[in-house]
Design a protein around this ligand. Structure first.
Ligand SMILES: Nc1ncnc2c1ncn2[C@@H]1O[C@H](COP(=O)(O)OP(=O)(O)OP(=O)(O)O)[C@@H](O)[C@H]1O
Length: 238
């Protein structure tokens, strides 16, 4: 569960990025976050990952009020969250395996456990055969799947994705969103910031819309009505 209560975020040099946001994402829920460039999407995700702190209001993740989380528990909090970025942020000189292993190495896991977890994560994203490859030898869709494997390798409760398909064509974007839906079916909570309105519309999950830092809509989009065909044309007058 993620809960924002009257959250505002002000960057001293730029002013308000988020204004009085209140919403709740239930455990296991999948939702999209959309809005114009500069609307505050990345800032909202950063508050959940504790990469930024709110200026006002409270953010809760599970039982934790993030403002009261002791410093020593911040690494454990970050491990509950898998982050996926538009630009993958992979280490170019390290193999796919090493990139995915990184969060587990940082967490001090044993080599055996790391091997098992990394291969399971690569299997989930369909990249088991490429574990020795270097990221730059992969397509952008494959690189993004490595980024997703790295995000899920620690078995997070929450996945936050910031424009994960920003660099991908529509077919690869579909593939990435199908992967996210699979994690959703496994019980992971997901909040995905995206500009891809067609995909949002077609998938029919809850969508939060930000405009200049305010939450201006929170609803499940209905699929677009089909264009009226000839059979639905009104009968000609006799
Ligand atoms: N570290 C920062 N320091 C100062 N201002 C920032 C910082 N990060 C974001 N901002 C400002 O906060 C506002 C919201 O930015 P944010 O990146 O959250 O929007 P966004 O909706 O993710 O945009 P985009 O879709 O372009 O990524 C913008 O005006 C931006 O300039």
């Amino acid at each position: 569960m993620i809960e924002f209560e009257h959250v505002s975020k002000r960057y001293p040099e730029r002013g308000d990025a988020l204004k009085d946001l209140t919403f709740r994402l239930e455990a296991g829920e999948m939702a999209f976050l959309t809005g114009h460039s500069g609307a505050g999407k990345s800032t909202l995700l950063k508050l959940i990952g504790l990469l930024e702190r709110p200026s006002r209001g409270s953010v809760r993740v599970g039982d934790d009020d993030l403002a009261r989380l002791p410093r020593r528990r911040i690494p454990a909090h970050r491990r509950r969250i898998g982050m996926v970025f538009q630009d993958h942020r992979l280490l170019a000189e390290r193999s796919v395996f090493d990139n995915v292993a990184l969060p587990l190495v940082t967490a001090g896991m044993t080599r055996d456990d790391i091997g098992k977890r990394v291969r399971a994560a690569l299997d989930q994203v369909g990249l088991l055969k490429l574990e020795r490859a270097l990221p730059l030898t992969l397509s952008s869709g494959e690189q993004q799947r490595v980024g997703i494997a790295r995000a899920v390798v620690g078995r997070p409760e929450v996945i936050l994705a910031d424009e994960p398909t920003g660099n991908l064509d529509p077919e690869l974007s579909q593939e990435i969103f199908r992967l996210f839906e699979r994690f959703h079916q496994l019980g992971v909570s997901l909040l995905i910031a995206t500009h891809d309105l067609d995909l949002i519309q077609s998938l029919g999950h809850r969508t939060l819309v930000l405009k200049q830092g305010r939450l201006v809509a929170d609803a499940i989009p209905r699929p677009a009505a089909p264009e009226p065909g000839p059979e639905s044309d009104p009968a000609p007058a006799p």
